[in-house]
Design a protein around this ligand. Structure first.
Ligand SMILES: CC(C)(COP(=O)(O)OP(=O)(O)OC[C@H]1O[C@@H](n2cnc3c(N)ncnc32)[C@H](O)[C@@H]1OP(=O)(O)O)[C@@H](O)C(=O)NCCC(=O)NCCS
Length: 188
């Protein structure tokens, strides 16, 4: 089992969730809208407790070291979902941290049967817009170097690699490598 994860990153954060916002559900990338139009009409919203069962299902299909129910419950206000009718297709956890000037993407997961349809793009676009509206100057994230699909996704949304982080674990002598990636909202 991999020991390093977005969860370790989350542990380092100062959580400062604000109240939920209403999302502009009709905005988003053209590509997403075109692809989604051929399927059910998908939208983005915040999670509620009732969604956690489906979120956990995606989490367990997606990560080898999944968060449990109580992790998601603690992050409830920070979870964005893509859904249609009663079905959830993907989720993203985004927080404000570092004295309310830096946002962070903690994790994003899309159901394996619904990938490559623009769902993660839609989640990120909504989360980034929300963080910018809350006054964040930039957004950072940490991603395992092996997660090339996610790295491509983040690059597509404008994130740049700012650091390589190598972590060693004494208990099982294993190593993990991560990229820190950052997106600046301000032009400088
Ligand atoms: C990474 C992940 C969230 C992408 O979700 P998705 O809904 O399939 O992503 P999108 O359809 O919005 O794709 C957006 C871009 O990401 C990149 N991408 C996504 N899947 C890819 C793949 N299989 N191969 C290469 N690039 C890929 C592409 O640049 C893509 O743009 P394009 O379709 O114009 O080429 C999804 O694959 C996933 O849940 N992976 C496991 C969890 C994970 O790695 N999370 C990130 C770390 S917390």
């Amino acid at each position: 089992m991999r020991k390093a994860s977005c969860w370790r990153y989350r542990e380092r954060m100062w959580w400062c969730s604000g109240p939920s916002e209403n999302f502009a559900l009709t905005t988003g990338s053209e590509a997403w809208r075109t692809r989604a139009a051929t399927k059910k009409a998908m939208s983005v919203r915040h999670a509620t407790k009732d969604d956690l069962e489906q979120v956990l299902e995606i989490e367990e299909l997606t990560f080898s070291d999944p968060w449990g129910y109580y992790n998601f419950q603690a992050a409830l206000e920070d979870i964005f979902l893509v859904f249609a009718e009663q079905e959830i297709y993907g989720f993203l956890v985004a927080v404000c941290c570092h004295r309310d000037t830096r946002g962070a993407i903690v994790k994003v997961g899309v159901h394996p049967e619904h990938r490559r349809q623009g769902i993660a793009t839609r989640l990120l676009e909504t989360a980034l817009r929300t963080l910018q509206n809350k006054g964040m100057l930039d957004v950072c994230l940490i991603v395992e170097i092996t997660r090339q699909q996610a790295i491509q996704l983040y690059k597509k949304l404008g994130f740049k690699i700012t650091k390589i982080i190598n972590m060693s674990y004494e208990d099982d002598m294993s190593d993990d490598s991560f990229y820190e990636m950052k997106l600046n909202f301000s032009p400088n």
